[in-house]
Write a protein that binds this ligand. Structure first.
Ligand SMILES: Nc1nc2c(c(=O)[nH]1)N[C@H]1C(S)=C(S)[C@@H](COP(=O)(O)O)O[C@H]1N2
Ligand SMILES: [Mo]
Length: 240
């Protein structure tokens, strides 16, 4: 992924160098006095407010993950207001609440989270509903060949071919590391596409739409491959 484009600044008011200094100072303070998780999230939120480029991905985060968002602030959703809509080229479009998703059969997938920026967190357990199960329940129509994902951050999108989406290691994930996925990590519901780079695993998932062809996602419009396979991935889904 050496030819990956730099995330371009879209009007960030602070120079990258100046911002890095501010962030480094903040990070140094955090080493001395680790804040409550909530405080850390607020700090990250404030950082991504001034920088919409994903630069906050450089910040270390508990557990080895980096916080990524392409927007400054993302609304919080929980069992009271979360909804996942499945539509497009399906026989039975519907909306699932969080309790409804939790009541469906849960599958565990243990895989790696690998960002194109060079960090990775190996052997991470995710639990949730197989995307294949939701697609089967919705009844994909004959014209459907791909799936488009939308997010309640209002900006991020992703996509998979229908064949990729039906793999046994692609989850609509509710838990990560045996805990409900936090807001910061894309909760209450994110996608987990185990065999691909982590940019495919859309956070804050709110929409699943079956489409006639692949629609390039947020980073894909900016040069990333739609087929974001990890080098060691089994592209034939041998587990299915
Ligand atoms: N909605 C949304 N999903 C997203 C992203 C994002 O910016 N917005 N970034 C992607 C990228 S590039 C990575 S590496 C992971 C980061 O997940 P994390 O913030 O839980 O570490 O989320 C992916 N999904
Ligand atoms: Mo990433």
């Amino acid at each position: 992924m050496a030819d990956r484009p730099k995330r371009s600044a879209d009007g960030a008011p602070v120079g990258r160098r100046a911002l890095l200094g501010v962030l480094a100072a903040g990070a140094a303070g955090l080493v001395a006095a680790p804040p409550l998780q909530r405080g850390w999230e607020n700090f990250l939120g404030a950082a991504s407010q001034v920088d919409r480029t994903g630069l906050t991905g450089l910040l270390p985060n508990p557990g080895g993950f980096r916080y990524y968002s392409v927007v400054g602030s993302v609304p919080r959703k929980d069992e009271r207001n979360y909804a996942l809509t499945i539509g497009g080229l399906v026989e039975n479009p519907r909306t699932y609440t969080l309790p409804e998703l939790r009541a469906l059969p849960q599958t565990r997938v243990v895989g790696d989270a690998v960002c194109t920026d060079g960090w990775r967190v190996d052997n991470t357990p995710f639990d949730g509903v197989k995307l294949a199960d939701l697609l089967d329940a919705a009844g994909v129509r004959g014209e459907g060949t791909a799936v488009r994902f939308t997010c309640f951050d209002g900006a991020y999108t992703e996509s998979l071919t229908l064949e990729q989406a039906r793999r046994s290691d692609v989850l609509v994930a509710l838990n990560m590391q045996d805990k409900p996925i936090t807001h910061q990590q894309g909760g209450p519901v994110r996608l987990y596409v185990a065999p691909m780079y982590f940019y495919k695993s859309a956070k804050w998932l709110s929409g699943i739409e079956v489409t006639e062809q692949v629609v390039a996602g947020f980073w894909e419009e900016r040069g990333y491959p739609v087929d974001g396979w990890l080098e060691d991935a089994d592209r034939t889904d041998g587990a299915a």
